[in-house]
Design a protein around this ligand. Sequence first.
Ligand SMILES: Cc1cc2nc3c(=O)[nH]c(=O)nc-3n(C[C@H](O)[C@H](O)[C@H](O)COP(=O)(O)OP(=O)(O)OC[C@H]3O[C@@H](n4cnc5c(N)ncnc54)[C@H](O)[C@@H]3O)c2cc1C
Length: 378
Amino acid sequence: MPQKFDYIIIGSGLAGLQLAYRLSLDPFFNDSQIAIIDPSTKEINDKTWCFWEKGTGKWDTIITQSWNHGKFISTNNNIDLDLAPYSYKMLRSIDFYNFIKATINDKSNFYLILDEITEIDETNSLAIGKNNNYAATHFFDSRISSAFLEDPNCTKIFQHFKGFLIKTRPPVFDKSTFTMMDFRVKFPDSTSFTYVLPLSDSEALIEHTFFTPFLTEESIYDTYLETYIKDILHIDQYEILDTEKGVIPMTDHDFHKESTLKVTKIGTAGSWVKGSTGYSFKHTENKIELLVRNIKSGKDPKQGLLNTRSRFYDAIFLDVLDRRNDLGERLFSKFYTKNSPQEIFKYLDEETGLKEELKIMISLYHPQFITSFFRKLF
Ligand SMILES: Cc1cc2nc3c(=O)[nH]c(=O)nc-3n(C[C@H](O)[C@H](O)[C@H](O)COP(=O)(O)OP(=O)(O)OC[C@H]3O[C@@H](n4cnc5c(N)ncnc54)[C@H](O)[C@@H]3O)c2cc1C
């Protein structure tokens, strides 16, 4: 192990490993000594990531499933979503971890280290670990600071969910179509819905998700999942093969403001999770591309990573959901009935211009947006 690394990546999760993978493929970094430090060996499947992209992508060899058609369902709408040229893709985290670790293990300038970092001593350029201290020129840090929970000025919504991976007898699923959101079974006066990702005609991952300011007991998810499977999908006989649970902060908290000249916060800790959706897989890929371009041209790695206008829209939307959580079904119904999936994906990918964004804003209109606009403006 070198006395000093060029780069230390703290956290071998989504952002840390995507960054390590990107650096490992680029000859520019062949002479750089790079450490990835995490207390976890990442040997379990702890998440299922879904994301959309146009055509083929860099994870296609390891994705579990992809769909070109989806559905949005609410009490009054049942909309078919023809996604082309986009596909909606599903990737199991264990396949991602194994794939990237295998690539990095072949590189003599990459070091995967098991340790928990407690702090970064910027004066001495050291990451202080429980087992050792590690010197580096620059740190990429995916640790989330607890300041988020104490920030009185940010909106805090939680995307929290539980899913069952089920196997049915007889086969019931159409594996060519997934359900993006179905609001027919929902927690009263709140934004909660179910989504269905069919893997074959007899297997699907079904998750009940909340976008709410509150968290809930585990039995609530179980009840809603069982009701959905029985009353909506009309499935009586099934086996639960696996479960997935998670909480994603949906917030306008400025996590990234903890970055400094020596430390670039990445992933959730760098505000890379889109506040209004909780998605971050594809955003992470795009931000890492930009970050690497910055390093190679001698700029501050974090320069231009965040889109201020999109963060403002997200902040308004989160404030609306925080104040009027009962509006969720109505707002998402407007979103999906008045805009095409291509317009929606482009907007959520933060690739739209002002005119396209105004069209989306108008399509969502509710008086609460005006109040929230001014609340977030000042
Ligand atoms: C269950 C679940 C499902 C999700 N599904 C989707 C999805 O479908 N699509 C999507 O786009 N987003 C999804 N997300 C949101 C987002 O993509 C993930 O949260 C993503 O993992 C965030 O990436 P990250 O690198 O910031 O954090 P993580 O992937 O959590 O990685 C952080 C890493 O830092 C390590 N670490 C923490 N503290 C220390 C320390 N002190 N020292 C060293 N290492 C440390 C952790 O062990 C971990 O490995 C999901 C989130 C969850 C929780």
